[in-house]
Design a protein around this ligand. Sequence first.
Ligand code: FSX
Ligand code: SF4
Ligand code: F3S
Length: 393
Amino acid sequence: MSDYTQEKLLERINKHLDELEKLPKIRENTSIMQTLQEHGFSRRDFMKWAGGMAAMLSLPSIFIPSIARAAEMADRMPVIWLHMAECTGCSESLLRTDTPTIDSLIFDHINLEYHETIMAASGWQADENLESAIEKHKGKYVLLVEGGIPDGDSAYFLTVGAHAKTGREIAIHASENASAIFAIGTCSSFGGIQAANPNPTNAKPLHKITNKPVINVPGCPPSEKNIVGNVLNVLLFKTLPKLDVYNRPKWAYGLRIHDLCERRGHFDAGEFVQEFGDEGAKNGYCLYKVGCKGPYTFNNCSRERFNSHTSWPIQAGHGCIGCSEPNFWDTMKTFEEPLGDRLFQSTFGGLGADAITDKIGIGVLALTGIGIAAHAVLSSAVAKEDTQERADS
Ligand code: FSX
Ligand code: SF4
Ligand code: F3S
């Protein structure tokens, strides 16, 4: 980014934040800094967090003060969060932490007008709250939707609230006047487990239900970083981020899990876990042969991890199951076996190939898949020979 572009961008962000500052705060007597301090975080921790966010959003460090300012003003941005057919894991990913993280506290700080898991209202009152939030913040609220949405004759498999409206009706209605729409989680982005074969409820992703633009934030569940990062992105830029072919923000889903995996050195050296619990597993070897789908999965888990950077699936000892890819329940199975040459048979839709923006053709990625499988076989053979030679000498 040239200095000129940086300055122009900063100017635009600050102008937008100045406008936001004029809007009323939802809670007069508190601030994000106060909340953070009550939970033991210092200003320094907060600025460190803002620095991490800048790096995650690929912004240079001069943007850090604006990121902190945007987070401080998150309580001016109305947010409506809807639940469709799902397990609530996406919300839990953000909210269910033993010790609140800065991300979860910032999420608490936003002007969350409606969220079925954490709001006090129920029944008629809840329906009314949703309606009045949509009406009051027309054109200004950010809509986050979690879950797949039963469609057509099956729409009645999901009804919500005292008026028993279908999830489909509610999602369409709430999308009409939203300023930005995010599909949170793989279910809302691509259909997820509900839409897995044979999809008995005819569940669809949000973008097939509404005709408004939808930004997909997949993962089953997505990390708290990717959820908060997207909210922050709207606060900062007020425009859509750069997206890949599946409408996923490129700052989060631009690289494969395999590209930055901590076990990658073992993959390249042909050192594989052959079965769970073996010596290779104890040594932290690559999990490809026990089914890791990291080479076919676009997400930032290997860089950002979960729970304030504590851990992530591969660090915990299980391969990636490809949970942020379309149709992964069908295309990435069997989870504990490598895909190998099955890539050529029926899984093109599930590869997550960013054919246009990354200039990688799906065919090339499929070949990469074969290359990966072949590498796993050949490099282990070489590693075995090496070991044999060492043993013989
Ligand atoms: Fe669950 Fe969200 Fe998976 Fe789906 O997550 S964690 S089934 S993506 O919609 O609640
Ligand atoms: Fe990591 Fe999986 Fe790639 Fe192995 S195959 S290096 S465990 S992402
Ligand atoms: Fe999902 Fe793989 Fe990350 S399973 S959580 S995309 S490591």
